[in-house]
Design a protein. Structure first.
Length: 395
């Protein structure tokens, strides 16, 4: 597979399948009324997303993530399937329209566990979401199973339209070809499934080496591949990195703030992306904040902070790791609780006012992450988020 040249061409908005409501729950999911909470940091709304970690190992060797150094030898102590089901059901009671994000590691390395979680989402009428590296979607049969049984929203990680850049930053030669093949297989499988509403996206990490080529990257994703969307995630300290030095973040964070905003604005105009100008302004602010920092080699230990508070994970997300420990963000800085019995998820969510109060003063650089940022990248996404808040129980 070779990269495409940046030649002028006719552009299009990617065609999305007709929207349809999620499958009706196969079991009753009564709405759990929010308790009357009070005090500093109290929040009465339901969570919008449940992030569930399936495993913690990966078959790539990405420079911006340390999970490939981990293993799942402690699997005997992970959440059982029965306990996962209870947590999913409790989340559905909190928000019958919520979304479940199946996380890893690379979650598709444990294929049957992965599809179990995706099926639970469908059974409960929840929206299943997952970002995978594409290496396990090798055949038409697997792609067809993904469309029939898998998450409602599937994103394949891709760092560039250039195979060399993707393979080098993902640490494995041939990773680009596998990711692109997975995308083509998924799109073809969806084409063969009339009425499917599965969304097929690309998740791109933006850093010093690829931001100038975003226009070519968008063209490749939307026109050559035909994916529904290119989602942008901006470089942060390496995920799961607990060493003293974060070399990738130190060496690759140098993105020109005004330059990247101008390139993204040009892509918005050319491809009709409908981007949110508030989000775009925060992208520039983020990279200006990094440019002022002096200890980025320390990664998560660095003193870097954003000029503005741009995160709202504490108002919408619950992150549950493979052991059943719940937090309101991926960071271990703030208090969490182990979910040991039915009812614990609800108690944690409505009893975390102290965590929310503390997090409202947090300007850690992870606030720019796709999973936790306050502003949606598109105006349509921002409108969808607001409607979801109004439609949710207690909204």
């Amino acid at each position: 597979m070779t990269a495409r040249a940046a030649t002028p061409r006719a552009t299009r908005r990617p065609r999305l399948p007709a929207a349809a409501p999620l499958q009706a729950p196969a079991v009753a999911t009564p709405v759990a009324a929010a308790p009357a909470t009070g005090g500093c940091g109290a929040w009465a709304g339901p969570p919008r997303f449940l992030f569930v970690q399936a495993n913690q190992r990966c078959n790539l060797r990405c420079g911006h993530c340390a999970f490939w150094r981990r293993d799942d030898k402690d699997r005997a102590n992970y959440l059982s399937a029965a306990r996962q089901r209870e947590i999913f059901e409790e989340f559905a009671q909190l928000n019958p329209r919520g979304g479940v994000v199946i996380c890893g590691g690379e979650p598709m390395l444990d294929l049957e566990e992965y599809f179990f979680m995706a099926r639970e989402c469908r059974r409960l009428g929840l929206k299943g979401i997952s970002v995978v590296n594409g290496t396990r979607i090798r055949s038409a049969a697997t792609a067809e199973r993904m469309i029939a049984e898998g998450p409602h929203e599937i994103s394949i990680s891709l760092n560039s339209h250039d195979p060399e850049v993707h393979d080098r930053t993902r640490g494995v030669k041939g990773a680009f070809d596998k990711a692109v093949r997975a995308l083509r297989l998924l799109l073809e499988a969806r084409r063969k499934a009339p009425g499917s509403t599965t969304r097929i996206y690309v998740m791109g990490l933006i850093f010093d080496e690829n931001w100038r080529d975003l226009e070519v990257f968008y063209d490749f994703v939307l026109n050559d591949l035909g994916a529904d969307k290119l989602k942008l995630n901006f470089l942060q300290p390496s995920f799961g990195e607990d060493g003293e030095v974060d070399a990738f973040f130190r060496d690759r964070h140098g993105v020109d703030p005004d330059g990247v905003v101008a390139v993204i604005a040009r892509c918005d105009e050319r491809f009709g992306l409908g981007l949110n100008p508030v989000w775009l302004g925060q992208v520039g602010m983020y990279f200006r904040s990094l440019a002022r920092a002096r200890d980025l080699d320390r990664g998560w230990r660095a003193g870097a902070a954003t000029e503005e508070h741009i995160c709202d994970t504490y108002e919408r997300n619950i992150m549950v790791d493979q052991y059943g420990f719940a937090r309101l963000c991926f960071s271990g800085v703030y208090r969490g609780e182990r979910l040991e019995a039915p009812g614990d998820l609800r108690r944690f969510w409505y009893g975390a006012g102290d965590v929310r109060a503390a997090m409202r003063g947090c300007n850690r650089v992870c606030g720019i992450s796709h999973s936790v940022r306050r502003e949606a990248s598109t105006l349509a996404g921002e409108l969808e988020k607001r409607w979801a808040l109004l439609a949710a129980p207690g909204g």
